[in-house]
Design a protein around this ligand. Structure first.
Ligand code: ZN
Length: 491
């Protein structure tokens, strides 16, 4: 995700006690994936392999009729299991072809297995459902997450927990799966979703678009966008297929806003390793969204992207295809592994296109903001600046109500630049490539990243990691003569 105008955001941390609903005394908590920030998300006891979502929507009202076919493997002996699903009505539910009893409590869907499963057993769940999708409210940005119907169009942005507003899911990035999205809409509408558009068929005034996402994807990255889109197809110089979807009335903006996308794909492939998916591109939603999201293979932008120079945002969302999408989080508290890396990629693109001085100027500006130095010009007192820095939270462990805080983005990016200055360019880029390669299509933690950084650089980075990620006071970057200001005693 990318925050526009983050400098003007008032960031107020709510110190919600993070409690762990993970396994207690060896008991599996079926209702949780064990996330440290969001214990209510996801489930345990099984591993989803593939979701097929067949969904129909009339487009003149917010309504869906759908069938989800979920194939999974039990990872424990099970008599029941859970999925996440917000508010939609279930019409029928079977497991391995047998009708299964279920109950619901909030967003938890508890399913009683007709026959118990042993660890290692494969099983198939089929759920028919319908209703009016209800987006969840994101506490950080105030965005409406999940299936959004607005002014005759649909868009889906779900980070972190919106997927369960439109399909039953193990809604946590630790359980990735491949997807088939088969979406039926009135003829004339176009569906832009993840992966490759395999088939389009029209019958009786209804058009079905079948999209296949063949590499594993976290549930929050699944997207369906429906509008009267114009499609632009092209290819990067090195052969990565590109397809953009813009609303008809904005189609003239494609070249200006996304004109360098192919060049970016090739540049990042060169420094991070091969582009990890079958295709890339962008979809523009005809709504003035204040954010963009790196939905897998097809990043989503609001129409505000069209107003100015957007290369930084375009580069940011593209970099997420490696960092966040191909490599997913194991725990939401490590969100800097997504946002710090994508923010740093903006500076790498700047370095590539405008040179190291432009990069350093951008880094110095971000350092001024994150150290408190840049706040003094707004007339804030030292005590107020200290309070603001405190309320942002820590890069390596954000508050659950402030997941997308500025420290995660800017200090996360600064952390990578500081690491580069400590280990040198050769080791640094080898670290990035090795990390991207070793965890392709998998999940990683902050410790996994630093284990690679230590192995390649031959340095002990324990103190570096702690000081940059888990301490409020920002470290200095002596090589750039960047030092935190003296803000006086905190009290
Ligand atoms: Zn981002």
């Amino acid at each position: 995700m990318n925050l526009q105008r983050i400098f003007s955001l008032l960031i107020t941390a709510c110190l919600l006690a993070a409690f762990s609903a993970a396994a207690q005394d060896g008991q599996l908590d079926l209702s949780s994936a064990g996330d440290s920030l969001y214990p209510e998300l996801g489930s345990s006891g099984f591993d989803v392999q593939h979701y097929t979502i067949r969904l129909q929507t009339p487009m003149d009202e917010n309504a869906i009729t759908a069938e989800a076919i979920i194939t999974a493997v039990a990872t424990a002996d099970l008599e029941q299991f859970n999925l996440d699903l917000v508010s939609l009505n279930i019409d029928n539910l079977t497991v391995n072809g047998e009708s299964a009893e279920f109950s619901r409590s909030g967003s938890e869907l508890m399913i009683l297995l007709p026959q118990p499963l042993s660890a290692g057993d494969s099983f198939e769940v089929v759920i028919q459902y319908h209703g009016m999708p209800t987006p969840t409210q994101d506490p950080s940005l105030g965005a409406r997450l999940g299936w959004n119907f607005a002014d005759g169009l649909v868009y889906v942005v779900s980070e972190p927990d919106g997927a369960q507003t439109w399909f039953p899911a193990n809604d946590h990035p630790s359980d990735k799966a491949t997807f088939t999205l088969e979406i039926t809409v009135p003829e004339g509408f176009v569906v832009a979703a993840n992966g490759v558009l395999e088939e389009t068929t029209t019958q009786d005034g209804q058009t079905t678009f079948r999209w296949e996402m063949r590499q594993p994807m976290a549930t929050y990255l699944a997207t369906v966008n429906i509008d009267r889109y114009v499609e632009f197809e092209s290819e990067s110089a090195e052969g990565v297929p590109l397809r953009n979807y813009l609303p008809e009335r904005y189609s003239r903006f494609n070249d200006r806003v996304f004109g360098r996308q192919g060049e970016m794909v090739d540049y990042f492939s060169n420094i991070f390793g091969p582009y990890p998916f079958d295709a890339y591109g962008a979809v523009v939603v005809d709504q003035p969204l204040g954010f963009a999201l790196e939905t897998q293979t097809i990043s989503l932008f609001g129409s505000s992207i069209l107003m100015g120079d957007a290369d930084d945002v375009v580069a940011h969302e593209l970099a997420h295809q490696w960092f966040g999408n191909s490599i997913s989080l194991e725990d939401w508290s490590d969100i800097w592994l997504n946002e710090g890396f994508a923010s740093y990629a903006e500076w790498l693109w700047l370095e590539h296109t405008e040179g190291p001085d432009a990069r350093d100027a951008a880094i110095a500006e971000a350092y001024g903001f994150m150290s408190g130095d840049g706040w003094q010009e707004f007339g804030l007192t030292n005590a107020q600046i200290r309070a603001e820095l405190m309320s942002m939270g820590l890069t390596g462990s954000p508050d659950p109500d402030n997941l997308f805080n500025a420290a995660v983005y800017y200090r996360g990016g600064l952390t990578l630049h500081a690491l580069r200055l400590v280990v040198g360019d050769d080791a640094f880029f080898e670290i990035l490539r090795t990390y991207a390669g070793q965890y392709t299509y998998g999940n990683a933690t902050t410790d996994d990243f630093f284990a690679i950084a230590e192995a390649i650089s031959g340095r002990n980075l324990e103190k570096f990691k702690r000081d940059w990620l888990y301490v409020i006071q920002i470290p200095s970057i002596p090589a750039m003569r960047l030092f935190p200001p003296n803000l006086g005693d905190s009290n």
